[in-house]
Design a protein around this ligand. Structure first.
Ligand code: HGY
Ligand code: MN
Ligand code: MN
Length: 412
């Protein structure tokens, strides 16, 4: 008899975690390595221990949950890794990331309770700082686990210059020992991630399960325009070096990359910081983030090149310095056909309508793809929205997704 998850336990945990970092309006702010994130990680470890599982934190701050007798390749067995992330964007939803972690916990507990025999050693992971909301090094934990240390800054800091060292230590990590958190490629047989779709495709198609075939590529930059602050009332227009007007042109140039020029699929400026941010002072500097996405690597490269050319000409015209910093680049990846077939077979066994689709969102899975074959399972997002308080998925779909994850883990 195939074991089954405890649906009530899963749904109750999702609601309990939704209160950690909850804002008044239903949104959640649980930015990686912030106070609410620490609270959520501690709660996850506690829930795991109550469920008879071992919970440890690696040097990158990833929470790893194992069976008591299990372990990284315990008795030389390779690991079947699955999970997602607990951190959120500012004022985000309660399911992005947390759903995959809590469904993974439910699967781990069901495996232990049922005594199911597995080919590989199951290990659940809650990756740290996937979003990069506070410390702009997204995919932090998965990059360390996958050995992509060269893509991370030596001295990671948040946007105000605060070092990650202490907040990481508070989470149980150690910036000086990141190499101890790297998993050798041959130790991971496969990585599975269950996630809400964050888009409209499954809902529009009336499907319960998404079998992800690829994950979008992504380039994230921070641009700083430095001008000269001055009095808004007494500084003549012709004497100004106002970075705000240049920043406004940059925002429109970014929109054009994906709009008029169609160089990449989407392009977004989501964060702006003005110094000194005073209504009657001409700004001294303006910083903004740029997020470019496409499933074709050359499109991302061309879009970034076109952007750099625009910034150079804007800076020259305005006689201002424009600084460009690459925060993260993530290549588009394909999921593994064997894992897609296993997910599909699990959905069919459960009589769940499913379809194959690409992911427009980035995920830790695309980083883990460096060291292991990956598979991703989606469930529908109501209204196709995410990264907002309204992010939601029907309870029946949340349970269905966890059942597909369990059966896929059991069949591999
Ligand atoms: O931004 C993303 O695509 C993901 O939610 N981190
Ligand atoms: Mn997200
Ligand atoms: Mn996510």
């Amino acid at each position: 008899m195939t074991p089954d998850i405890d649906a009530r336990r899963l749904l109750d945990r999702i609601e309990a975690f939704a209160r950690i970092g909850g804002n008044g309006d239903g949104g959640i702010t649980r930015e990686g390595f912030g106070a609410a994130d620490l609270e959520a990680r501690a709660r996850l470890s506690k829930e795991a221990q109550i469920g008879g599982l071992d919970s440890t934190v690696d040097a990158a701050g990833n929470v790893l949950i194992r069976r008591p007798e299990g372990g990284r390749g315990a008795e030389g067995r390779r690991v079947l890794l699955f999970g997602s992330h607990l951190d959120t964007v500012a004022n985000g939803g309660r399911l992005d990331g947390a759903y995959g972690v809590l469904a993974g916990l439910e699967v781990m507990q069901t495996i232990v309770e049922s005594g199911a025999e597995l080919t590989y050693e199951p290990v659940l992971v809650a990756f740290s700082n996937e979003e990069g909301a506070l410390f702009p090094q997204p995919f932090w934990g998965s990059k360390v686990l996958a050995g992509a240390l060269e893509t991370l800054p030596e001295d990671p800091r948040d946007r105000s210059g605060r070092s990650l060292r202490h907040p990481l230590a508070l989470a149980g990590g150690d910036l000086a020992a990141l190499s101890t958190a790297v998993w050798p490629a041959e130790s991971v047989a496969a990585y599975l991630e269950l996630h809400v779709e964050q888009g409209p495709v499954l809902e529009r198609g009336g499907r319960t399960i998404g079998v992800v075939d690829s994950i979008t590529g992504r380039t994230q930059l921070t641009v700083e325009v430095r001008g000269s602050a001055g009095h808004a009332g007494t500084t003549p227009m012709e004497l100004r070096r106002d970075p705000m007007t240049v920043a406004a042109r940059i925002v429109l140039a970014v929109e054009d990359l994906a709009g008029e020029q169609r160089l990449c699929r989407v392009a977004t400026v989501g964060w702006v910081e003005v110094q000194p941010n005073s209504p009657n002072t001409i700004a001294d500097s303006v910083r903004l983030t740029i997020d470019l996405r496409d499933s074709v690597p050359s499109n991302l490269e061309n879009a970034e090149q076109a952007l750099r050319t625009s910034l150079a000409s804007l800076g020259k015209q305005a006689e201002m310095h424009i600084d460009i910093r690459v925060d993260a680049r993530a290549a588009p990846v394909a999921t593994d056909p064997v894992l897609r077939a296993a997910i599909t077979a699990s959905a069919d066994e459960l009589g769940l309508p499913h379809q194959t689709l690409p992911s427009g969102a980035g995920h830790d899975a695309q980083i883990v793809a460096r060291i292991a074959p990956i598979g991703m399972i989606f469930v529908p997002s109501i209204g196709g929205v995410s990264h907002v308080p309204e992010e939601d998925t029907a309870a029946t779909d949340l349970v269905a997704g966890a059942r597909v994850l369990l059966r896929t883990v059991l069949r591999l």
